[in-house]
Design a protein around this ligand. Structure first.
Ligand SMILES: [Mn+2]
Length: 310
């Protein structure tokens, strides 16, 4: 075992999974660049997701790249760097979305897989736009307890209740390829059900997933989002996971996916060969045990393992 592998977990400067820091200019042979997006404006739920990337970096130091069950080392097979935080501008959502869009586009143009760690779900608006510019036709699959198909919130269109709708409006995204998986609870207003139907956005409810079976319904959701596209964007809202395992989020929802289900979903999302992904809504201030940050890191490991072909 190398000295690096024996590092003291709590020592040193925390980067995502202890991976080397890089910039757009020093990506080298990296295949994945993880960016923090500490954005939490335009949020209708509890605030705190702006601290998500910091907590994620800290807790991710506990994760090895080696997977005993699969006998592979993720970092050997899928060289990954920490590309720092996108410089968000709290007073200006429009400008921030443009910065996120340009970052995701630039990483994609280097042939590198961009993973964004939030931050609230609004960041997916900029990230999906940046990814869409790199393909002819893109699909968008969101794992979420909430539809997020609001046209606006009090007139504002770049809020955490809007990312699904904004994705469906991208010029080279057909709303028929926009899917939300895991919708449940009592925070999905009727007007968002209606706007989803009007746009042709499809969604899978939690109870329907249970009846159909997770494996089958997730495969169907991926097939709908991927049908006829040459690139799939995946957005993983951590509030899709049951509140017992994910208290550290803006709108914790009882009745969500179990940790095992969430990790299965994350691996399958990666295997669907997405062009970019995000993991959003980690709000560590509500996460006294640290379990939510660990869950978020485990979701990332499964997703990246899937992208790496594992
Ligand atoms: Mn959401």
């Amino acid at each position: 075992m190398s000295h690096d592998e024996l590092r003291v977990i709590q020592a040193g400067v925390a980067s995502f999974f202890g991976r080397p820091m890089a910039t757009l200019e020093t990506l080298g042979s990296a295949r994945c660049a993880i960016a923090g997006i500490p954005w939490d404006e335009g949020n209708a739920g509890r605030n705190g997701a702006n601290y998500g990337p910091r907590s994620f970096r800290d807790v991710s130091s506990w994760f090895f790249g080696y997977n005993a069950e699969g006998d592979f080392d993720l970092w050997d097979e899928f060289p990954t760097v920490d590309i720092g935080d996108i410089p968000i501008m709290p007073p200006n959502a429009q400008k921030t979305m443009e910065l996120i869009e340009e970052h995701i586009h630039a990483v994609r143009m280097k042939g590198v897989f961009p993973l964004s760690i939030g931050g609230n779900h609004a960041l997916a608006i900029g990230a999906a736009r940046g990814a869409a510019r790199t393909v002819k036709k893109m699909g968008y699959l969101s794992i979420d307890a909430h539809l997020d198909t609001a046209d606006d919130w009090a007139g504002e269109r770049l809020t955490s209740g809007c990312p699904t709708m904004r994705a469906a409006e991208i010029s080279n995204v057909d709303p028929k390829n926009v899917v939300v998986f895991g919708v449940h609870g009592w925070l999905n207003p009727r007007d968002q059900v209606e706007s989803a139907a009007r746009m042709g956005i499809s969604w899978f409810g939690g109870a329907a997933i249970d009846r159909q079976g997770l494996k089958e319904s997730l495969a169907e959701a991926i097939a709908i989002a991927s049908d006829g596209v040459d690139g799939l964007y995946v957005s993983f809202d951590l509030d899709s996971i049951d509140a017992s395992a994910m208290p550290g989020t803006g709108t914790p929802e009882p009745g969500g996916f179990t940790p095992k289900e969430a990790l299965y979903i994350a691996r399958e999302l990666g295997r669907a060969n997405p062009i970019a992904a995000d993991i959003v809504e980690l709000a560590p201030v509500y996460d006294l045990s640290g379990i939510s940050s660990r869950m978020a890191c485990a979701v990332a490991m499964e997703l990246l393992s899937g992208v790496a072909g594992r």
